[in-house]
Design a protein around this ligand. Structure first.
Ligand SMILES: [Zn+2]
Ligand SMILES: [Zn+2]
Length: 163
């Protein structure tokens, strides 16, 4: 349900890398946005966690530049790949092989980050000790098996409209 002061976000969502060589658009609303505290996200970002937007793969496209690619095995044992800028190194999105139909886009690369808020936190078993979670945050020790609560909470707190 829409709350008071609920952010309204215009589609498509636009974003890009630090140097601007890579630009992208997301045409459809993300399914959810969550914070991942896994060790790979900490290494890739150099930060405490990554804000990840789960988007339908066909809704995402690069509008400028061509990404470089790296592959690895995730903490959950999946074959993952990352798309990043070969010039500045910004990670833009992660996907899985074989495809699971969605990409994890680094929400910190959105042009407008003012409306971002994670629906929940995953891999909190490797979260840095100073992080304090909210009393009503959805928390998962490792990779969730069920994302329904994340999707519902995310959609309760943001409204997407066609730009
Ligand atoms: Zn770049
Ligand atoms: Zn992660």
């Amino acid at each position: 349900m829409a709350g008071v002061g609920m952010p309204t976000v215009k589609l498509p969502i636009a974003g890009g890398c630090q140097c601007g060589a890579l630009r992208y658009e997301i045409a459809a609303p993300p399914l959810m946005i969550y914070a991942c505290h896994c060790s790979n996200c900490q290494k890739q970002s150099g930060g405490a966690f990554v804000l990840s937007a789960t988007v339908m793969e066909p809704s995402f496209r690069f509008t400028d530049g061509a990404p470089a690619k790296i592959e690895w095995t995730s903490d959950a044992g999946n074959q993952r790949y990352g798309l990043f800028c070969g010039d500045c190194g910004s990670r833009i999105a992660n996907g899985q092989t074989p495809s699971i139909g969605v990409l994890s886009v680094r929400a910190g690369t959105f042009d407008d980050t003012s409306w971002l808020r994670p629906a929940g936190h995953i891999w909190i078993k490797s979260a840095q000790p100073w992080i304090e979670f909210g009393a009503d945050d959805i928390l998962c020790d490792v990779q969730p098996t069920e994302y329904g609560p994340f999707i519902k909470r995310f959609n309760d707190k943001v409204l997407f409209i066609e730009g």
